[in-house]
Design a protein around this ligand. Structure first.
Ligand code: ZN
Length: 1100
C-alpha cells in the first residue's frame, strides 16, 4: 500500500552531502577563525562591562616575593589598577581588591547567571571578605570565570579579593615548561569583566562540541556518526547570529541527538549498564616546577573550586590524595578545611591514598614506606573518622615489589596508577589485575585505560576507557580520572557538563561507552570485587611494576638521595634510643611530637618529584634545608636520649669511650676517636684522632678493646711495587692498583681471583647522557653506546696500617671536574664476626662535578656468571636479569637498589655496598654503580659541585646471604661515640640490649619504636591507651620462612602481632625465665619469605 501523501512529481533536486566538506564545515561553528564573529562565539554574552562605574580594581603588590595570608594581605597598601597592566616578576604575589556594581538594565536583572571573567595568565584565587577561598581563577583559559552571587544584582557595590600568583599552573619554565624557570616573567591582566552570559548559547556550545566529536570520531561507517554530522549541519543552518531566539531551536536539534535529560544529573538515572565511571581528581604535585610554598596555595585554590562545583553539581565526586596537603590546608585555611570536612561527610569530597604524599616507591626504605601510611592514615582517621582503602599513585615512577604488602598492612586492598602507560619499550599488558608482592600479598590494581589521571573529558578518552582496556574478558568497566592536574586545578564546570552530554549520547544514540558520575573510586573498586569473584577471576602480576622510563631518577640530585638515606637512618636511631630511654628513665619523656615532625619532613621529601630529582632548583634548595633540619634536630634528640641513659658527649675522669650500636646484632669495628689512651689506640687517624677497635658481644653498646695486639697475621699493609702499581694486602684480600684502577682483587681464603682477566675495578666511566626529552628524569638506552673510561690517574699512598691502609687515586674528569678516590683495606680485627671491614675494599670517592649531560658511573667487573643479579629493596631483595634476552630484560638496563646489589653464582659472589646511592646496573659480569648525572632541566644546576660518596666491594663465598645483608646495615648505620662512666657502662649496655633476637640470621628487626598511642607518648589525636609498649618491625631479608625468638629483659605483660598501623592482631604466647639473675621473656616469632611483620610488646 502506497501513501497518498508521497508526491508524484519532483522537480526539487536534493544532493547527497559530500561528507568531507560538511565535516570540515562544522569546525567553523565554535572554533576561532575568520567566521567567528558570525558564529556561536559571537553570541555567548548578552552584556559585558568593565568600566569604572561597574568594575573597580585595586592592587597590593606584595614585596620580596612573600606570600602573606589573607588577614595580612587585606591590610596591604592598595592602589588603583587597570586592565592591560603587567604584574611580575616570577613568583611575586599581587592581591586585587575588586568592587563590582551590577548594571540595573533588564539584560542583567533578568539573567539567572552572572559571571566575573578574569584573565591574568597566572594562578589566582577568589576570596570573600571573610577570607574564605571561593574558587581558583586560573589563567590561559583554564578556569577563567567566577560565578557572581545573584544577590549582587541589588545595585550596590560589592567587594571580593583575588590573590594572583605570578606563575603559571606549570611554574615559570622559560619557553618550555620543563626548562629552568625564567626569574623575570610578567603577566598582563587582559580581562576583568562583569558578564551577563547567554545560557542557551553556552549550553549549545557544549552540545555542539560533543556532537561534532561524534561525527569525527565514531566509526565513520556508522549511522551514529553520519547522523551526528547531519545534526551539526542542521544546527548551523538554523542558527542566526542576529536572532538569539534561534538558539532555542538549535538546542532542540542537538537534544534530538543527545536526549532531553542532559541539563541535569537525572541523565545518569536511566538505569542502563555503565561502562565508564568518571571520578573527579586534581593531581597537585607537592613540589615540582614550583616550590612547596606555592603548593600550599594550589591546594586552597584547587579544592575551593571543587567545593563550589560539588554544591552546583550533585553528581560530582572528587577524589583527592596526600595527607600532607590536607594538613597544610587545615593549618592555613581553616574555614575552607571546615567546608571540605562537610563534603567529606556528605561522601562527595573523597580523601584517598592513605599515604602522607604521593611518594616515590623505589627509593624510600621499608620503614619510610610504612611511615607514609602511618602518618597518612592517622591524619585521615583523626580528621575524618575513617581510613583510606585505596593507595593512589597515578604519577609515581615505578612501583616496588613490596607495595602490595605495605598496602595490606596499612588497611588498603586497592591500588591505582597509570604511569606504566608511559613505558617506552614494552606495552604493559593489563588494566585490571591482582598485583602480588614479594611475600605473596595482593592488591586489586586498576590502571585507568584512558591512560591519564588528568583527563579533560575528551571524547576519545571516554571511548578509550573501554577500547584500551586490556582485560575486557574479566572486567568491562574503566575508571576515568578527570580534572586539570599536575599543577592542581581539578574538574571544571564544562567537564561536568560534557559528561552529562556523553551519557545522554550513549543512552540516546549509543556506540560511546556509557559513562556515569556519582560513584566514588572506592565504590568502583567495590563493584570490581563483586563482579570478579573477589578478584579470583582476574589475572595476576607478580613483583615489581618496573617503569620503563625515568631511569635517571635513581641518581639525579645526589644530595637529596643522601639526605634521604641519612635521615631515615638517623630517625631509626633516635626512635631506638628514645624508646629504651623512655622506658627506663622516669624523667625522660619520649619526644613523640618532635620525632613525628621529622618523619613528616622525610616523607614529604619522598614526594615523586622531589626525591627522584625531577623538580626545579628551588625545590632542592628547600629540600636541603629540610634535611639539614632533620640532621640537626635528630642529632639533638639522640643526644638527649643518650644523656638520659647516662651517656655524655664529653670525656670526664673515670669515663670510657663507648659507641652506641642501634642495630640488633653485635658489631666490631675500627673507629677514629679523640682523646684515647695508648692501651686502646691502634693507629693514628686524621684530625688528631686515634683508631681504636670497638667491640660488643651483644647489641647495644660497643666498648674499646684494650691492648689490641696487631701482628703481621692480622694487619694490613700497603706497598708500591712498581712505578704505578700499589698493593693493599690483609690476611683475606690482596688488592692490586695499577694506573689508578684495581687490576687484581685476590681472595686468599677462596684462592680465587675476583676480576676477569684484563679488566679493572673501581673503574670510572663517563657516559654521554642526552635523553630524548625529560633530562632530569631519563637516561636513555643509547647512552650505553657512547662512553669512555677515565684514565691518567695520579696515585699515592694514604694510610699505612697496621689496621687501615689506603691508596689515593686522583683523576681529572675535565678542565673543571676531578675526582679523588680513596681505596682502603682494613686489617683483621675480629676472629668471630663473619664479615668485618677486613672483608671488603672500602672506597670513598670525592668528586668536584661541573659537567653537561654526562653520567658518571663506576664499574666492578667480576669473574661471576649468573643470569640474575639481586638488589636490596624494601624488606627484602629483588632479582633482575643480567642479560638482554627479551625487550623486557633490556628495558631494565638501569635499576634501583638500596644498600647493596649482588652478583652471585651458587658458590661465590660479589656484593657492592653503598652509603647513599640508588642507581645500579648489572650487565653480564659487570656491576655498575651510578654516581652523578648532569641534566640541565628543570634544575639548571642539578648535581653541580662537591660530592663525597662511599661504596665497597665485598667478595664472598656462597650466594647472597644474611651476613651480607647485615654487613650492608653496618656499612650504613654509624656507630655514635659517647663517654660512659666506668661503673655505668654495664647498665647502659643492658638497657640498649633489652631486646635481642635469637634464631635464623635472615630475620631482621629493622625498627624499634614506642606505640603511637601509649599513655606517656600519644599526642591526643587518638584516645590514649593505658599502656606502655614497644613496636618492633621484623622481616625476612633473604626469602626464607623463618623462625626466631625475641629475648626481652624489660617486664613483659603481653605480646601480639599488629598490622603496620599498630592495630592488634593475634596474641603471642611467651615464656619468662630467670637468666643470669635477670628476668628474661622469650617471644617466639615466625615470618613467611619476605614478610614484614609488626610485633607489639606491652610492658608492665
Ligand atoms: Zn605528579
Amino acid at each position: 500500500m502506497s501513501s497518498d501523501s508521497y508526491p508524484q512529481l519532483n522537480n526539487r533536486p536534493v544532493a547527497k552531502k559530500v561528507r568531507d566538506i560538511y565535516k570540515q564545515r562544522i569546525d567553523q561553528f565554535i572554533n576561532e577563525g575568520p567566521y567567528m564573529p558570525f558564529n556561536l562565539p559571537a553570541v555567548m554574552d548578552d552584556a559585558r562591562v568593565s568600566d569604572e562605574q561597574h568594575v573597580r580594581l585595586e592592587v597590593y603588590s606584595v614585596p620580596d616575593l612573600a606570600r602573606p595570608p589573607f588577614k595580612e594581605a587585606i591590610n596591604g597598601k592598595y592602589r588603583p589598577a587597570r586592565k592591560g597592566e603587567a604584574f611580575g616578576p616570577s613568583w611575586s604575589t599581587h592581591w586585587f581588591r575588586i568592587n563590582l556594581r551590577v548594571p540595573q538594565e533588564d539584560v542583567w536583572l533578568d539573567n539567572n547567571m552572572l559571571e566575573f571573567h578574569w584573565e591574568n595568565h597566572n594562578e589566582g584565587c577568589v576570596y570573600n571578605t571573610d577570607g574564605l577561598p571561593l574558587q581558583g581563577l586560573t589563567g590561559d583559559d583554564e578556569r577563567p570565570v567566577w560565578p557572581v552571587p545573584l544577590e549582587w544584582k541589588d545595585g550596590e557595590w560589592h567587594t571580593f579579593y583575588i590573590e594572583a600568583s605570578c606563575n603559571g599552573m606549570f611554574g615559570n619554565g622559560d619557553r618550555d615548561q620543563i626548562q629552568p624557570p625564567d626569574p623575570n616573567r610578567w603577566f598582563t591582566l587582559s580581562n576583568a569583566d562583569l558578564v551577563a552570559p547567554n545560557p542557551d548559547a553556552h549550553a549549545l556550545y557544549l552540545d555542539f562540541g560533543i556532537i561534532a566529536d561524534a561525527a569525527r570520531e565514531l566509526d565513520q561507517d556508522s549511522w551514529e556518526s553520519n547522523v551526528a554530522l547531519k545534526v551539526c549541519n542542521d544546527v548551523m543552518n538554523a542558527f542566526d547570529p542576529d536572532d538569539k531566539s534561534t538558539l532555542k531551536r538549535c538546542r532542540e536539534i542537538t537534544k534530538s541527538y543527545l536526549g532531553d535529560a542532559i541539563d541535569g544529573p537525572e541523565v545518569y538515572e536511566s538505569g542502563q549498564r555503565t561502562f565508564v565511571y568518571a571520578i573527579g581528581h586534581c593531581h597537585i604535585d607537592t613540589a615540582w616546577l614550583w616550590p612547596y610554598a606555592e603548593t600550599r596555595r594550589k591546594t586552597a585554590r584547587s579544592w575551593a573550586s571543587q567545593v563550589a562545583l560539588i554544591r552546583k553539581y550533585p553528581e560530582h565526586r572528587f577524589a583527592c590524595s596526600q595527607a600532607q596537603q590536607y594538613k597544610w590546608l587545615k593549618a592555613e585555611y581553616p574555614s575552607l578545611f571546615a567546608e571540605i570536612k562537610k563534603e567529606v561527610k556528605n561522601g562527595k569530597f573523597n580523601f584517598i591514598g592513605g599515604s602522607w604524599v604521593e611518594n616515590d616507591t623505589n627509593m624510600p626504605a621499608g620503614e619510610a614506606l610504612v611511615r607514609q601510611m602511618l602518618l597518612g592514615q592517622r591524619f585521615f582517621e583523626s580528621n575524618f573518622g575513617e581510613r583510606s582503602v585505596t593507595y593512589w599513585l597515578p604519577d609515581t615512577f615505578g612501583y616496588s615489589p613490596q607495595v602490595p604488602q605495605v598496602c595490606r598492612g596499612a588497611g588498603m586492598s586497592r591500588f591505582l596508577t597509570q604511569k606504566l602507560s608511559w613505558n617506552n619499550i614494552n606495552l604493559f599488558p593489563n588494566s585490571t589485575f591482582n598485583w602480588i608482592a614479594l611475600d605473596g600479598s595482593q592488591v586489586l590494581c586498576h590502571m585507568p585505560p584512558a591512560n591519564t589521571y588528568t583527563s579533560r573529558v575528551e571524547f576519545s578518552e571516554v571511548s578509550n576507557s573501554l577500547k584500551n582496556h586490556k582485560n575486557l574478558a574479566d572486567n568491562q568497566t574503566g575508571l576515568l580520572v578527570f580534572g586539570i592536574g599536575d599543577g592542581g586545578g581539578g574538574p571544571t564546570a564544562p567537564m561536568l557538563e560534557k559528561l552529562r552530554r556523553y551519557r545522554g549520547l550513549s543512552d540516546n544514540v549509543g556506540l560511546l561507552p556509557r559513562v556515569k558520575m556519582g560513584h566514588t573510586a572506592d565504590e568502583y573498586f567495590d563493584e570490581l570485587e563483586r563482579t570478579t569473584n573477589n578478584g579470583k577471576d582476574l589475572v595476576t602480576w607478580m613483583g615489581e611494576l618496573y617503569f620503563e622510563l625515568h631511569r635517571g631518577t635513581y641518581t639525579t640530585q645526589s644530595d637529596v638521595k643522601k639526605g634521604n638515606r641519612r635521615s631515615e637512618i638517623l630517625l631509626h636511631d633516635v626512635e631506638f634510643i628514645a624508646s629504651l630511654a623512655s622506658l627506663t628513665n622516669r624523667n625522660y619523656k619520649y619526644p613523640k611530637e618532635r620525632i613525628t615532625d621529622l618523619w613528616e619532613i622525610v616523607c614529604l621529601n619522598q614526594f615523586h618529584d622531589v626525591l627522584p630529582g625531577s623538580g626545579i632548583e628551588m625545590v632542592y634548595d628547600d629540600a636541603k634545608i629540610l634535611y639539614a633540619e632533620v640532621a640537626e634536630k635528630g642529632a639533638q634528640l639522640f643526644k638527649e636520649a643518650a644523656a638520659a641513659l647516662g651517656l655524655s658527649e664529653t670525656s670526664g675522669s673515670g669515663s670510657d669511650p663507648v659507641a652506641v650500636n642501634t642495630l640488633p646484632w653485635p658489631r666490631e669495628e675500627l673507629i677514629a676517636l679523640s682523646n684515647v689512651n695508648s692501651k686502646i689506640a691502634v693507629q693514628s687517624a686524621a684530625d688528631n684522632k686515634q683508631y681504636a677497635v670497638m667491640k660488643s658481644t651483644s647489641n647495644g653498646l660497643l666498648k674499646p678493646v684494650q691492648g689490641v695486639r696487631v701482628n703481621a697475621a692480622s694487619s694490613v699493609s700497603v706497598t708500591q711495587v712498581a712505578d704505578t702499581v700499589f698493593v693493599l694486602e690483609n690476611p683475606k684480600l690482596k688488592v692490586t692498583i695499577k694506573d689508578g684502577v684495581i687490576s687484581s682483587l685476590y681472595d686468599k681464603s677462596e684462592e680465587r681471583e675476583v676480576l676477569p682477566e684484563g679488566t679493572g675495578s673501581n673503574q670510572f666511566v663517563i657516559f654521554d647522557d642526552k635523553p630524548l626529552y625529560f633530562q632530569a628524569w631519563d637516561t636513555e638506552v643509547y647512552s650505553l653506546d657512547k662512553r669512555c673510561y677515565l684514565s691518567g690517574a695520579t696515585v699515592s699512598i694514604g694510610e699505612t696500617g697496621p689496621l687501615r691502609a689506603s691508596v689515593i687515586v686522583e683523576q681529572k674528569i675535565s678542565d673543571k671536574s676531578w675526582l679523588k678516590s680513596t681505596i682502603a683495606l682494613d686489617g683483621v680485627i675480629s676472629a668471630t664476626e663473619a664479615i668485618t671491614s677486613s672483608s671488603f675494599v672500602d672506597i670513598t670517592t670525592e668528586v668536584e662535578w661541573h659537567e653537561n649531560h654526562k653520567f658518571l658511573k663506576v664499574e666492578f667487573p667480576a669473574e661471576v656468571h649468573s643470569d640474575v643479579a639481586s638488589y636490596e629493596t624494601q624488606f627484602g631483595l629483588i632479582k633482575r636479569p643480567t642479560h638482554f634476552n627479551t625487550s623486557w630484560d633490556l628495558a631494565k638496563f638501569e635499576v634501583c637498589c638500596h644498600k647493596w646489589a649482588d652478583l652471585s653464582e651458587a658458590t661465590y659472589g660479589v656484593t657492592i655496598m653503598n652509603d647513599s646511592k640508588y642507581g645500579f646496573a648489572t650487565h653480564g659480569n659487570i656491576q655498575r654503580l651510578s654516581l652523578l648525572r648532569s641534566p640541565k632541566a628543570p634544575d639548571g644546576h642539578a648535581d653541580m659541585g662537591h660530592h663525597i660518596m662511599k661504596y665497597a666491594i665485598l667478595p664472598h663465598s656462597g650466594p647472597i646471604n644474611s651476613d651480607i645483608v647485615r654487613a650492608s646495615y653496618n656499612y650504613n648505620y654509624p656507630l655514635r661515640t659517647y663517654y660512659a662512666a666506668k661503673n655505668a657502662a654495664t647498665s647502659i649496655k643492658d638497657i640498649l640490649s633489652a631486646v635481642t633476637v635469637e634464631g635464623d640470621t635472615n630475620i631482621i628487626v629493622s625498627n624499634l619504636k614506642r606505640g603511637e598511642d601509649d599513655v606517656d607518648v600519644g599526642l591526643g589525636d587518638f584516645p590514649l591507651k593505658n599502656e606502655k609498649s614497644i613496636i618492633l618491625r621484623i622481616y625476612d631479608s633473604i626469602g626464607g620462612r623463618t623462625k626466631a625468638t625475641l629475648s626481652v629483659t624489660l617486664p613483659v605483660l603481653k605480646a601480639c602481632y599488629t598490622n603496620l598501623l599498630e592495630d592488634e592482631k593475634d596474641e603471642i604466647n611467651f615464656t619468662t625465665a630467670r637468666i643470669d639473675g635477670k628476668t628474661c621473656t622469650k617471644i617466639p616469632i615466625s615470618v613467611r619469605p619476605f614478610e614484614v611483620s609488626t610485633v607489639k610488646i606491652v610492658l608492665a
